[in-house]
Write a protein that binds this ligand. Structure first.
Ligand SMILES: *[C@@H]1O[C@H](CO)[C@@H](O)[C@H](O)[C@H]1NC(C)=O
Ligand SMILES: *[C@@H]1O[C@H](CO)[C@@H](O)[C@H](O)[C@H]1NC(C)=O
Ligand SMILES: *[C@@H]1O[C@H](CO)[C@@H](O)[C@H](O)[C@H]1NC(C)=O
Ligand SMILES: *[C@@H]1O[C@H](CO)[C@@H](O)[C@H](O)[C@H]1NC(C)=O
Ligand SMILES: *[C@@H]1O[C@H](CO)[C@@H](O)[C@H](O)[C@H]1NC(C)=O
Ligand SMILES: *[C@@H]1O[C@H](CO)[C@@H](O)[C@H](O)[C@H]1NC(C)=O
Ligand SMILES: *[C@@H]1O[C@H](CO)[C@@H](O)[C@H](O)[C@H]1NC(C)=O
Ligand SMILES: *[C@@H]1O[C@H](CO)[C@@H](O)[C@H](O)[C@H]1NC(C)=O
Ligand SMILES: *[C@@H]1O[C@H](CO)[C@@H](O)[C@H](O)[C@H]1NC(C)=O
Ligand SMILES: *[C@@H]1O[C@H](CO)[C@@H](O)[C@H](O)[C@H]1NC(C)=O
Ligand SMILES: *[C@@H]1O[C@H](CO)[C@@H](O)[C@H](O)[C@H]1NC(C)=O
Ligand SMILES: *[C@@H]1O[C@H](CO)[C@@H](O)[C@H](O)[C@H]1NC(C)=O
Length: 726
């Protein structure tokens, strides 16, 4: 009986306590929870999965509505609202604030918009608020600073703007604060440093300015600090180097300057990313103390000096990226033994020198090795062939040598790398015949770039074995012979660059079978014969350069029908003859058209006026005649026009002075006559050349042309007048 009385007493006591709580907080009891939920539902204007369809069913208690949980001690009070990923659209009702027992709100990954109701700030019991991945706008309510029990505040991936309210610094129990991927502005409040329980702080992808508050050095439990892609300036506060629990420090892509601070021993730091900033000075020796570091990225800065040897103590490193700095010195010969876990090693665009260490092959999981644009010399170590995972090998723009055939043996070794996708050895000192073994490289190879070396011999027919090639660049070498028809079997090719060699014979018509081709460069060789009309099958072709060859015959109208050509079409310096086909007007997206230095004749077809995006038109040194078609005035963006050394006649059309961007006009050595316009490009002698047209007159005095007789003026005025009427 004693026990029973005690129990009754306890129940009564609990009731008194809870009602007292209602009384003190001025909150109406349980009955209104249902009304608040219905208010929430009423402002959801799209619910494609019918998630809230149970939310009005008279027979079902609201504590059993989908996503609603109620308390154990207060069975009528809503404690959690879990409605994530239901594509709910509409706004969040301020009435949720009436659910005073709420501990948890998860409305993440919906399509809720408008602002976060200020009233949410009155939810004193709230521990978890996840509104991430919605379309919420407006500012973060400063009242959230009143939710003193909040452990998690996740507002990631909304359209929140305004500043971070300093009141958030009152949330002393907050462990996770995620405000990333919004449009927050202003500076980060220094007082956030008071959030001494923080474990995760992410402010990535906002428009924050100002500096990182030094007070952030007091987050002794912080594991992740992510402030990337904001616009922060200032230096990295040295205090951050003391955050002893830190796991990840991510400061990529800001405008931070100054030196990288000296790090204390941070036993848990595994990821450090300060890339894409304006950091200068040397890499601190103290980085060598970060014994758990797996990922170190300091690229795209202005770091100088040598790589501190202590970095090679970091045997856990998997990724080491220091590209685009001004680092000097050599790589240690035992690097592969010191960093046995290395997978990604990116050092391109620095001033490193010395040899490529053969020991890299001991980092057996290495898959990206990118050392381009440095000053490495010596031969390429064959040991790289032992790297089973190697997929990306970029050693371009160095002084690497292969003079004797055995110095090419690395290629044979690389045939063991069955995952190789990219091999870029361009701009080095590789000489001699392309070793046949190159065609035994993995069929997974996508990019083979050997440009600007001294590779001689022919392109072997075995090239067809590299069936996965999308890019083949052997430009700027000493290749001879013809293009093997087998190249046409590389059906995935998107870019083929054979320019600047001594290749000869005809361009194989079967090249047209390469229908994914995007850029085709065959310029500066000794190709002859006609341009194959089949090239017009390359329906994705953006750029075609066949210049500086001995191609003859007329320009195939089919090729001019490639409306995909946007970049440029360069057929200059050949022996092409005949007239320019009307189809030139199909090049509606072309930016540069260079047909200069051929034997083209006849008039320029009016259809050229359909090339409205044309910026550069070079037709000089041909046999063209007639007048300049007025349709050219449709190319409003024309910047350069060269018609020199032809047989053009008639007056210089006045529309040329109206083209706003025209900065280069060469009409010399033709038979133009009459007055020279005075405005636009004609105002500046350095932008216009008219010599060798004896019948021209007028123009600005600096042109030193004879004065025009009055009746010629009259003609010009008349023309001007007509043009204006049009
Ligand atoms: C929420 O509470 C306020 C004030 O206590 C009251 O005026 C309002 O009607 C309530 N809203 C709903 C939907 O219950
Ligand atoms: C109410 O809910 C019960 C149980 O889920 C269901 O069987 C009934 O059809 C619902 N009634 C209405 C009117 O939606
Ligand atoms: C919050 O919501 C997002 C999106 O649904 C989810 O990825 C995340 O795990 C949730 N929880 C926390 C603790 O942020
Ligand atoms: C909640 O926060 C706001 C803004 O920070 C403040 O003005 C208000 O007094 C607070 N409300 C309560 C009940 O503490
Ligand atoms: C919060 O931080 C500010 C500035 O960093 C400091 O002046 C203030 O005393 C701190 N407040 C609390 C409650 O710790
Ligand atoms: C970022 O903020 C600056 C002012 O601090 C403002 O001028 C700029 O327009 C903002 N950019 C975006 C994308 O909101
Ligand atoms: C880092 O912590 C050490 C000891 O914990 C302290 O002596 C030093 O002043 C701190 N440095 C910074 C920059 O806060
Ligand atoms: C890089 O540093 C050099 C001097 O060390 C300085 O002259 C240069 O302006 C810096 N460049 C950038 C982009 O900060
Ligand atoms: C780290 O590297 C330096 C220089 O290479 C060396 O003197 C030192 O003993 C190394 N420390 C550890 C802990 O390996
Ligand atoms: C490549 O593989 C062959 C045969 O499997 C082997 O003899 C050779 O040593 C390997 N080369 C390298 C560099 O690992
Ligand atoms: C071509 O590459 C793709 C993906 O890069 C790969 O799945 C495929 O196996 C490769 N084909 C050959 C013949 O290696
Ligand atoms: C090119 O394509 C045509 C027809 O699509 C086919 O007959 C011919 O064999 C192909 N030639 C080559 C070299 O692939």
């Amino acid at each position: 009986m004693e026990g029973f009385h005690a129990l009754i007493f306890l129940i009564i006591l609990l009731y008194v306590i809870s009602t007292a709580q209602y009384a003190t907080l001025g909150i109406q009891p349980a009955a209104s929870d249902r009304a608040a939920l219905l208010s929430f539902k009423s402002l959801v204007d799209d619910d494609p999965f019918g998630a809230l369809s149970s939310w009005n069913n008279g027979s079902l208690h609201y504590c059993r509505w989908r996503g609603v949980s109620c308390g154990r001690h207060h069975p009528d009070r809503v404690t959690a609202l879990d409605l994530k990923s239901l594509r709910l659209a509409g706004l969040i009702s301020p009435a949720v604030a009436n659910l005073t027992f709420l501990q948890r709100i998860d409305l993440s990954d919906n399509m809720l918009d408008r602002s976060i109701p200020e009233e949410v700030g009155s939810l004193r019991r709230l521990r978890y608020l996840n509104l991430s991945v919605n379309s919420l706008g407006g500012t973060i309510p400063s009242s959230l600073g009143n939710c003193s029990n909040l452990r998690l505040l996740n507002l990631r991936g909304n359209n929140l703007n305004g500043e971070i309210p300093p009141t958030l610094s009152r949330l002393s129990g907050l462990r996770d604060l995620l405000l990333n991927q919004n449009m927050l502005q202003g500076t980060i409040p220094d007082s956030l440093g008071n959030l001494s329980s923080l474990v995760v702080l992410s402010l990535d992808n906002n428009n924050l300015s100002g500096a990182i508050p030094p007070s952030f050095g007091s987050f002794l439990s912080l594991k992740t600090l992510a402030i990337q892609s904001t616009s922060l300036t200032g230096t990295i506060p040295p205090t951050l180097a003391n955050l002893s629990s830190l796991n990840m420090l991510l400061l990529r892509q800001n405008k931070l300057h100054g030196e990288i601070p000296h790090f204390a021993e941070l036993p848990f730091l595994s990821r450090l990313d300060c890339s894409y900033n304006y950091l200068s000075g040397t890499i601190p020796i103290s980085l060598g103390r970060l014994s758990s570091l797996e990922y170190l990225s300091l690229g795209m800065n202005n770091l100088t000096g040598e790589i501190p040897p202590t970095l090679y103590n970091l045997s856990s490193l998997k990724t080491l990226e220091l590209p685009y700095n001004q680092l000097e010195g050599t790589l240690p010969s035992d690097i592969g033994n010191a960093l046995p876990n290395l997978q990604v090693f990116r050092m391109y665009n620095n001033q490193l020198e010395g040899r490529i260490p053969a020991s890299l092959s001991n980092a057996s999981k290495l898959n990206h090795l990118e050392l381009s644009a440095n000053a490495f010399h010596g031969t390429i170590p064959s040991s790289l062939g032992a790297l089973q995972s190697l997929s990306w090998l970029a050693l371009a723009i160095n002084r690497l040598e292969a003079r004797k055939p055995n110095e090419w043996s690395f290629i044979t070794a690389l045939t063991n790398c069955t995952s190789l996708r990219v091999l870029d050895l361009g701009d080095n000192l590789l000489q001699g015949m392309m070793p046949k073994s190159i065609f035994n490289l993995s069929t997974s190879l996508n990019i083979l770039a050997l440009a600007n070396n001294h590779i001689s011999g022919i392109i072997p027919t075995e090239i067809e074995k590299l069936i996965n090639l999308t890019v083949l660049d052997v430009s700027g070498s000493d290749l001879r012979g013809t293009i093997p028809i087998e190249i046409s079997h590389l059906w995935k090719l998107q870019r083929l660059d054979l320019s600047d060699n001594m290749l000869s014979g005809e361009i194989p018509p079967t090249l047209g079978n390469l229908t994914l081709m995007d850029k085709l460069y065959l310029g500066s060789n000794e190709f002859e014969g006609a341009i194959p009309p089949t090239l017009s099958n390359m329906l994705m072709l953006e750029l075609l350069n066949l210049s500086n060859n001995r191609l003859s015959g007329s320009i195939p109208r089919e090729v001019l029908s490639l409306s995909s050509l946007t970049n440029f079409l360069d057929l200059s310096h050949n022996l092409l003859n005949g007239s320019l086909p009307l189809e030139v007007g199909n090049l509606i997206n072309i930016g540069t058209l260079d047909l200069s230095n051929n034997r083209l004749s006849g008039e320029i077809p009016d259809t050229i006026g359909k090339c409205t995006i044309l910026e550069i038109l070079y037709l000089e040194n041909n046999l063209f005649q007639g007048s300049i078609p007025s349709s050219i005035s449709n190319s409003r963006g024309l910047k350069a026009l060269d018609l020199s050394k032809n047989f053009y006649s008639g007056q210089i059309p006045a529309f040329l002075e109206e083209l706003p961007d025209l900065k280069y006009l060469n009409l010399s050595f033709n038979s133009f006559e009459g007055p020279v316009p005075m405005k636009g490009v004609f105002k500046n002698v350095s932008e216009v050349s008219l010599i060798g047209n004896p019948k021209l007159c007028g123009g600005i005095p600096e042109l030193h042309l004879p004065k025009c007789t009055s009746d010629v003026f009259a003609v010009k005025h008349h023309y001007d007048y007509k043009l204006k009427i049009i």
